[in-house]
Design a protein around this ligand. Structure first.
Ligand code: 5AD
Length: 484
């Protein structure tokens, strides 16, 4: 008889289900045996508040300061500590540990070989830290060596064991999300399975909270080139509802910089209100919210001066958007993983701009408020429709909204993505939709998109929408925002 799967739901996992899955998760690699939730919570409780993400973010929000975090990860512990010390000296307020690709795919045997070969070669042959292989003890050597909060930076549908080990190792935040990581990076991983895996990790974080420790998460769609901010924000809100349902109490809502100052700032300013609106709608009232912006995740210029231009403009947008923290890029972005020096310069350039702006008490422009109300209306239309399709459930709603093309992420590799929405920059470089597909943008706002796009193409030889889009995608790496 064909088994009929129950409908996916955002409902909180019961303790039996969590413990049953937990035994399997921890058994997947020998270091899983090092994890003891009660002991780990005790380790977190005696840690200095300056090393807890939630507490550092709360302080930054109350002081109106913008923090900076780079990305960084190498194969072994001592080089990772040295790298983080260099980045801290450049001004990094939050410290990353990017996890290598094998670990992201749960290929711990391959990660072990990569670690051994890196030791033999005397340099990192992995693109991040194989945290599962280093285990809880290895992670704690890093945590004990630094004086700022540590983030686990992964990006895949199943990070269950990695996060068990890193949180037990003293990390207090991670990048997260079944919707954002499936649509952003995965092709064949069924969304339902990703939701199930992330619900496990969120429940694990809830278990820390129940033991008196606040751990945090960061949600952002990791592809953002030409993805309308409202679409990526809708994904983040659905992931945040799924997380809060499992007991996560500290969430950072993220966007990617699109290099349009007003639109980037407006998206950031709209985010806390929108996030709060939906969390409260579901009765999740005790959740603290921050915002983050990843500096430009599209193609970078190879000229280092031009790359610094993009980085400094990101700092400006973040400041105008009152962002809590920013993920910095480096002048080596066009060529690959940066050297520690180049990475440090991405941090110090961003911090320089932020310090100079902080002294100016700059008032946000009226144009930002206008764009903010457009973004708010778009996000509400998308999320409301998703929740309607999900019969009031955010997990089911996310799956059905993607299937229906209500959430339609341009350039997503995921097989469920509709690929009908077609974006373009308008006459001033803001990202609009040239074709809406099934994205439920309200009619009055569609008119606005059409009018702003028409001003760009007026008086020029007609070009196919895809030609325009291709030119827009490549523009910034070629040194301009709007191609000629
Ligand atoms: N070290 C530094 N930066 C990294 N990135 C990815 N892995 C690392 C690493 N190990 C950065 C690159 C990439 C982005 C997604 O993250 O800038 O474009």
């Amino acid at each position: 008889m064909k088994r009929i799967d129950p409908k996916p739901t955002m409902a909180r996992w019961d303790e039996d289900r969590f413990q049953r899955v937990r035994r399997e998760v921890l058994a997947a690699w020998p270091t899983g045996a090092e994890v003891d939730l009660d002991e780990a919570a005790a380790y977190h409780r005696v840690m200095a508040p300056e090393k807890n993400t939630a507490s550092v973010l709360r302080k930054a929000r109350s002081e109106g300061r913008t923090l900076v975090q780079p990305r960084a990860g190498v194969a072994d512990i001592e080089p990772q500590i040295a790298l983080l010390e260099r980045l801290r000296a450049a001004g990094a307020d939050l410290l990353p540990t990017t996890v290598d690709s094998y670990t992201r795919e749960c290929r711990y045997g391959d990660a072990e070989r990569g670690l051994a070969q890196s030791r033999e070669a005397g340099r990192s042959l992995l693109n991040g830290l194989p945290a599962v292989n280093h285990g809880v003890r290895g992670c704690r050597r890093i945590v004990d060596a630094v004086d700022a909060p540590l983030f686990a930076r992964t990006a895949s549908p199943d990070c269950r064991l990695t996060l068990e080990i890193m949180y037990a190792g003293g990390y207090s935040s991670c990048t997260a999300g079944p919707v954002v990581f499936s649509l952003g990076y995965a092709k064949n991983y069924p969304l339902e399975r990703a939701i199930d895996a992330w619900q496990y990790s969120y429940r694990m974080m809830g278990a820390y909270h129940e033991r008196g420790v606040t751990v945090s998460i960061e949600h952002y769609l990791p592809i953002s080139t030409m993805v309308p901010q409202s679409t990526s924000m809708a994904c983040v809100i659905l992931d945040s509802l799924i997380a809060a349902a499992q007991g996560v109490c500290d969430i950072t809502l993220g966007i990617g910089q699109q290099c349009h100052l007003v639109q980037d700032a407006a998206a950031l300013r709209a985010f806390p209100t929108l996030g709060r609106h939906y969390l409260e709608k579901f009765g999740f009232t005790g959740v603290e919210l921050s915002t983050v912006m990843s500096q430009w995740m599209g193609g970078f210029p190879s000229d280092e001066g031009q790359a610094f231009g993009v980085i400094c403009m990101a700092a400006m947008a973040g400041y105008l958007g009152d962002v809590t923290y920013m993920i910095s890029k480096s002048p080596h972005e066009a060529t690959g993983v940066p050297t520690p020096e180049a990475n440090a310069h991405g941090v110090s350039a961003s911090k320089m701009v932020l310090r100079m702006l902080a002294d100016q008490q700059f008032a946000p422009a009226a144009e930002i408020a206008a764009e903010q109300s457009i973004i708010e209306a778009e996000v509400r239309a998308i999320v409301d429709r998703a929740l309607e399709l999900g019969e009031g459930d955010a997990a089911l709603g996310a799956i059905r909204a993607i299937e229906a093309g209500v959430i339609d992420v341009p350039f997503s590799p995921h097989r469920s993505n509709a690929n009908r929405a077609l974006p373009a920059r308008d006459w001033r470089g803001a990202v609009r939709l040239a074709e809406f597909g099934s994205v439920p943008i309200p009619e009055a706002i569609r008119e606005f998109h059409r009018a702003e796009l028409a001003r760009r193409t007026a008086g020029r030889a007609p070009r196919a929408a895809w030609e325009l889009l291709l030119a827009d995608v490549n523009a910034i790496s070629e040194g301009v925002l709007l191609p000629g």
